[in-house]
Design a protein. Structure first.
Ligand code: FAD
Length: 326
């Protein structure tokens, strides 16, 4: 069973925090997580609705186009759902991704993000390979880029192997690397000859202490070190974070290393309010790309977003108590 880690309760906006107490924080997160998971689904949907485009494909396509027209924002679209247990479900995801690629045909401001587990990775790797190849062939015919989302550490080898296996035939693909995992530095070195287009993030999955950093300040320092390694190697990097202090460090490093908008972009989740720093990045000529999830399987995703947002988690608890008193 996968567990996800939430951000700390508070975060200085302009300065990287020093290393914190991971044990105490972990306990608070587990308590908060338990409360959030007791909130009834309709309340979760009402509170976390801004994190998803909707349940239908048309809603996602319309939102992506409106955000680009109104604010010059780019998108990466995700069909909600992961870790399926039945080949028929994998076929449904493949059909949905194929359809959204068609709907986004000719659209330079949106690509797709895929969780390989939704295509059958955990169920049967051969099935996943067939589904993935079908999707990549379709995306390539439309000139579209496909990002492979990264799930927990049990899938890292397999996901990077799929990337290596397909990148020769389908160059417009890219993996995600998570700075919290100790292995990531080695992955960066091993992937270096391929010069992958990487999305770099701290990672959302709570991982065992033996294989991962446990406190966010260390994960963020490592993220910046990994970014420097990839930039030294001449790679394009999509830095995925909402932390303004980290983004400012990225800008400073870019200036120092002579990196331009041709070398990187900033990615954030739909619904996390960051318009000022987004505007600042756009003034530097950078792309801001939002992760735009949609689909019927919204519940687990919305729960994660509530857990990830301290303010929303407090509201969830208030709503839960009111709901129980009825
Ligand atoms: P944090 O310290 O966690 O957050 C900084 C501040 O941002 C918080 O204090 C809070 O104010 C705000 N914030 C953060 N998250 C939320 C939220 N959900 N709601 C409201 N406010 C919030 N992880 C993976 O493991 N695999 C992936 O493939 C992956 N893809 C991602 C793609 C994108 C575009 C983004 C933005 C994130 C992705 N992540 C992925 C998750 C990511 O690694 C982090 O868990 C998440 O972005 C929070 O980390 P942070 O760097 O923003 O720092």
């Amino acid at each position: 069973m996968r567990t996800v880690q939430s951000p700390p309760a508070s975060e200085p906006a302009t300065q990287l925090p020093s290393a914190a107490e991971p044990t105490e924080r972990g306990l608070l997160q587990r308590i908060k997580s338990r409360f959030v998971r007791m909130v009834p689904p309709p309340v979760v949907r009402a509170m976390a609705g801004r994190y998803i485009a909707g349940e239908r494909r048309e809603e996602a396509v319309s939102l992506v186009n409106r955000m680009h027209a109104a604010r010059g924002l780019y998108s990466t679209v995700d069909v909600l759902g992961e870790d399926i247990r039945d080949p028929a479900e994998a076929a449904e995801f493949l059909a949905e991704y194929t359809a959204i690629l068609d709907d986004l045909a000719g659209c330079a401001h949106a690509n797709i993000s895929v969780k390989l587990s939704a295509l059958g990775q955990v169920l049967d790797e051969d099935l996943c390979a067939r589904n993935l190849e079908s999707l990549l062939r379709h995306a390539a015919a439309l000139g579209q880029f496909v990002r492979f989302d990264m799930e927990d550490h049990t899938t890292t080898d397999s996901t990077l192997d799929f990337y290596r296996r397909f990148v020769g035939r389908y160059p417009r693909i890219g993996p995600v690397l998570q700075s919290r995992l100790h292995r990531t530095e080695r992955d960066v070195r091993e992937l270096a000859p391929l010069k992958p287009n990487v999305r770099l993030c701290i990672g959302i999955y709570r991982e065992p202490a033996e294989i991962a950093l446990l406190d966010k300040p260390s994960m963020k320092r490592r993220l910046l070190e990994l970014l420097e390694m990839m930039w030294d190697n001449g790679q394009y990097v999509a830095v995925a974070t909402h932390d303004e202090a980290v983004i400012r460090r990225v800008f400073a490093m870019a200036d120092r290393m002579g990196k331009t908008p041709a070398d990187y972009e900033i990615q954030m989740l739909l619904g996390v309010p960051r318009s000022a720093i987004q505007k600042e990045a756009q003034e530097r000529g950078l792309k801001i790309r939002l992760y735009v999830p949609y689909g019927r399987h919204w519940y687990a995703y919305c729960l994660r977003r509530l857990e990830g947002n301290p303010e929303m988690a407090r509201m969830a608890l208030g709503n839960l108590l009111r709901w129980r008193r009825r």
